[in-house]
Design a protein around this ligand. Sequence first.
Ligand code: CS2
Length: 491
Amino acid sequence: MNRLSQTTLDRLGESIELPPYDRALVDVGIVHFGVGNFHRVHQAVYIDRCLRDPQARGWGICGVELIDSEANRAKADAYLAQDRLFTVTEFAPDGSAVTHVIGAMVDYRHAPADAEAVLAIMVSPQTRIISLTITEGGYNIDETTGAFDLTSPAVAQDLAGGATSTAFGFIVEALRRRRASGTGPFTVMSCDNLRHNGDTARLAVVSFAKALDDELAAWIDTTVTFPNSMVDRIAPQVPAAMRDELNRRSGIEDAVPAMSESFMQWVIEDRFAAGRPPLDTVGVEIRDDVVAFEFMKGRMLNACHMLLSYPGLLCGYRIVHNAMGDDRLRRLLETFLDRDVIPNLEGPQGVSLEAYKSAVLERFANPAVNDQLLRIAHDGAAKIPVFHSKTIEMLMSRDGDLRREAYFLACFERYLRGRDDKGDSFPVNEPRLTPADHALLKSHDPLALLRTSPFEKLGLADHPEFVRLYSAAVGMIDAEGASRALDHLLA
Ligand code: CS2
């Protein structure tokens, strides 16, 4: 097996797609925070394609990881040892797979060890975009007030001095220096899967700056741009066994291989303060109506992912396509889309929601991707309100059929106990739930979940019909299991 590095590239097998450009000629134009699987199979792949255009060689990526953990230090060492190259293996629904070596990341910094160097790169006039995949919770927005939370420990620490443990600290300090030196603004491009990701990034960055310097905040607000975007590609986790399997398949020894489905999509507003790579030439859709795409994806794809994961886990499944192979779960998703979502959703112009639905279900059923239900289930208390609240709200206001949403939340409540119908256990990871929420969940209140902080504002506990359906679903799951409860729901 060939160890991945710049010097071994010409020895890799013929079936491997290599970067067809000279990486030595590529300069950093984008500093990216959060080099996780999703970034590597999405933005990095699109930029890799852009770099084939000789005019676009100024758009290489400098990856930055903020969190100081052993895993991240190991990752930094791995990237260094393999010249910041990594493989992405894409699996099509027919089982065929292609491995690409992605060359777009030409620099990589582990911020805790290298903060000044990161700032120096961000301040360079060559750097024109700062992009982010720092997760939904990473924007530090207080769910109740909708405001940026200045009191969270990392933010408070950055505000107190140094400003180099959060992305906001780095961005605002870099902008302060750029303004002082007359270098001018850059674009802040969020690639996280949240509603109005650009507006959210603006809120976070401008609020952080305001807490330090009003004038700087006003300058940022008027000169920096924050395009909204819809990003989409399923990127499963890569546990050690899968890593070995990917390497065996490619014949390349990559310490950090990534994998994905073959599908990918990126729709973004054309708001770039200092230019952009030729994204439109590599399949990125540049449009003004990004919000319509966000809603479609969130309420259909992500909502269905969640709707598959909790009932699926309780029924004993762990892998997405296996759960999709259960005709009842597939029907649950289809009925949910047909009856609860599509009639209450306006899609983007020129896009058929029916076709989108079929594509989503086909993607979930792709047996080569092996995506994990637990990956999707993770942080449900934060994600469910984002992806399901609009549908619930609309069903409530139109006297719609709330049975599927009630069953879904009942399954989520039972999932929190970490045991499936057969008594097998699984890990539960819910960082959004507070100690008070956990105390409530342990109480004897049958509607405890509906009263926890993430769900409270949906008003579910005050809706008699929802309460009736939810209580019945919980009772049925307790008595006969989630699988039998699903039979009843579909009958
Ligand atoms: C998943 C997403 O974590 C989740 O909730 O639904 O990660 C999903 O795979 C991506 O949004 C696909 O683009």
